[in-house]
Design a protein around this ligand. Structure first.
Ligand SMILES: [Zn+2]
Length: 248
């Protein structure tokens, strides 16, 4: 089961869709929206590394997660960042738990960190960005004291790394570099929410950033719950199937 509680009202995550069947409760919908945003940020991290030719000293997947935290801290209200980061961390904890229950071997060979490591790292960076106000959250989420000790420095390094990159591409609000196209229409309420969250976030990203180059973002069926950046045609793909993962 998910260890998930939303402790705040989320302005950015918005209200239920007009006309949508109301089978999802508000927490479920917010959870889908928050994870959609984190996945979009992660893929945008890959895209920025590619199109801006950024150096990556280490694992690119880690760098993309780190960008997601720093970007949220940079552009979102504090309460929205809390919602997004706790949902994203929880989703990785959930995937780790499901994999363990299914008896899957840990994918040490994978390009990504282990799901449980991503859980702790997202929590650590979130905590490290403001340890004074987030101590209770870090403790409640089970971030060990040994890791907590390094989190402020970890966030500081993350901000020193991604902060100048984001500063360079901050926009005055031109608003049309990130192009969303819908390859497959949503086929469930959860997919409706996923697409709505992506659509709203694309609008926000178009307002606050401008990397000086167009980027396509496709929402469509992939056959698996995934999202990815394809450098060969410089596009982000958000798979409709993620809605099912976030709504499990
Ligand atoms: Zn990735």
């Amino acid at each position: 089961m998910r260890n998930w509680l939303f402790g705040c009202v989320v302005s950015l995550l918005l209200a239920p869709l007009p006309g949508a069947a109301q089978s999802l409760d508000a927490d479920q919908e917010d959870y889908i929206r928050a994870n959609a945003i984190f996945f979009l940020y992660h893929e945008l991290g890959h895209a920025l590394i590619d199109i801006l030719k950024l150096p990556v000293f280490g694992r690119e997947e880690d760098a993309a997660d780190v960008m997601g935290v720093v970007l949220s801290e940079t552009i979102n209200p504090v309460e929205d960042t809390e919602t997004i980061m706790l949902a994203a961390a929880d989703n990785f904890a959930y995937m780790a738990e499901m994999a363990a229950q299914e008896g899957y071997e840990l994918a040490f060979w994978d390009t990504h960190g282990l799901d449980k490591q991503r859980f702790y790292t997202i929590l650590c960076l979130f905590y490290g960005a403001n340890p004074e106000t987030r101590q209770k959250i870090a403790d409640e989420q089970g971030l060990p004291a040994d890791r907590q000790a390094t989190c402020p420095a970890e966030f500081e390094l993350a901000e020193q790394s991604w902060g100048p990159v984001l500063d360079d591409i901050k926009s005055a609000g031109r608003g049309d570099w990130l192009h969303l196209s819908v390859a497959n229409k949503p086929s469930s309420e959860a997919e409706d929410v996923l697409l709505d969250a992506v659509t709203i976030e694309v609008g926000i990203l178009n307002e606050v950033l401008d990397p000086g180059q167009s980027l396509d973002l496709v929402f469509g069926n992939c056959g698996e719950a995934n999202a990815y950046y394809d450098p060969s045609d410089q596009r982000i793909v958000i798979c409709t199937e993620l809605a099912g993962l976030f709504n499990d």
